[in-house]
Design a protein around this ligand. Sequence first.
Ligand code: ADP
Length: 501
Amino acid sequence: MASRESDDRSAKVKLPAIKFTKLFIDGQFVDAVSGRVFDTIDPRTEEVIAQIAEGDKADVDLAVKAARAAFDHGPWPQMSGSERGRLLMKFADLIDQNADELATLEALDAGRLLTLTKCIDIPCTADCLRYYAGAADKIHGETLKMPQAMLGHTWREPVGVAGLIVPWNFPSFLLFACLAPALAAGCTVVVKPAEQASLNALYNAHLAKLAGIPDGVLNVITGFGPTAGAAIASHMDVDKISFTGSTEVGRSIMEAAARSNLKSVTLELGGKSPLIIFDDADVDMAVDLARTAIFFNKGEACMAGSRALVQEAIYDEFVRKSIVKAKEWVVGDPFEPHVNQGPQIDRKQFEKVLAYIEHGKREGATLLTGGRACGEKGFYIEPTIFADVEDDMMIAKDEIFGPVLCIMKFKSMEEGIAKANKSSYGLAAGVVTKDLNVANTVARSIKAGMVLINCYHMGAFDCPFGGYKMSGFGRTFGLHGLDNFLQVKSVVTPLFNSPWH
Ligand code: ADP
């Protein structure tokens, strides 16, 4: 059985000192106006890691004022793209130089595997900065041959002050997915990290300052969603919101934007992504892929492949092998290199996942393996698999955001596609088959922003990512990501022989 590793092991890991716990406004670390702080918790032990400044509307006002001044009067949007790019490259180098500390902090704060934060997340944040640093001097407009002897051209200008509201599941990576293009575009920003995992956003603010990014360009307000986050979303002087998180909060952000200054919004929201496995698949490979698709990052991934749709001829074999593979998946301290799955982020999420599991049992799905919390303390949950899941069950429809796989059976390709699309979400989908025609037909028919063929959890900085349907709109990464922070101005002038001349 998947087991919780011994608690003494975590004691051996040398944890870094927590250096940055205050708000970062106009280039300074400051206390919240209210003087309030909140606890950030180690999800392995439920113990307090540090107390962090609890920003709210008053602090957001100060941060927006600093960002506005830096945008309207500061050098950042005015400087050449290559100069901005140079500073962003320096920022990336500083991340590399501090990578061990950043990786350890992220594993501690979010209960994420240290091997992942070290080898993937933190190096990726630096590379994401480099990708957009390289794009900063390639922001070009168009020239237009207009009728009536007019000449037109377009400029692509930064949208202004951007509010970046970030979730806790990949705290650094998802911060940089919006921060890097926003800065490259010439915007100034107010970042609101998730209250569950704020430490690296503050650390990165310190590195940005060391890199020479001018004061006021990057501000970080730690605190809670309904106070600090909502104040950013409804602020009259914020021009743009980039939000990654739940569909429910995304809706409230859009409402706040509509009621305030009609700021533009990019939303990267939830998912209930299908992995469609056809009869011709190598079953062992499909089982491995399905396991990674759902249990990677303890199921706390917006694109998690939480519905495995399996064609009937291999269904029984797939189910049998999936149980064995789930039992081999090691749950334990995320600082241990052989562990596959750490604790859920916090008590709320932990209880929510367990409640869904109970609901799945009551709905009549068959619990094949897992289903329980593990360990005496910390938010650990066994990798859990349900079979005989029907489309209308709550566990098949809702985003659980935990290590819970729903296996469902289909007969024909058409039925598989119909089941895959039977979701209010449309973030990602996977297809496993050796038949290229089947793969391409499915890819065309799926209503999702990303389709992965014979792989899962793949992507790159030049690969746009985002949702169809209630998974949001707008695309992160690639030059689409940069476009989110730019607006187009058309400039028109008459030529000498124009009637207007
Ligand atoms: P999750 O469901 O993954 O916890 P949320 O959507 O609740 O994600 O949170 C993602 C981010 O949105 C966090 O930074 C959180 O503080 C923030 N947030 C939560 N509620 C609001 C709100 N009403 N307005 C603005 N931001 C919010």
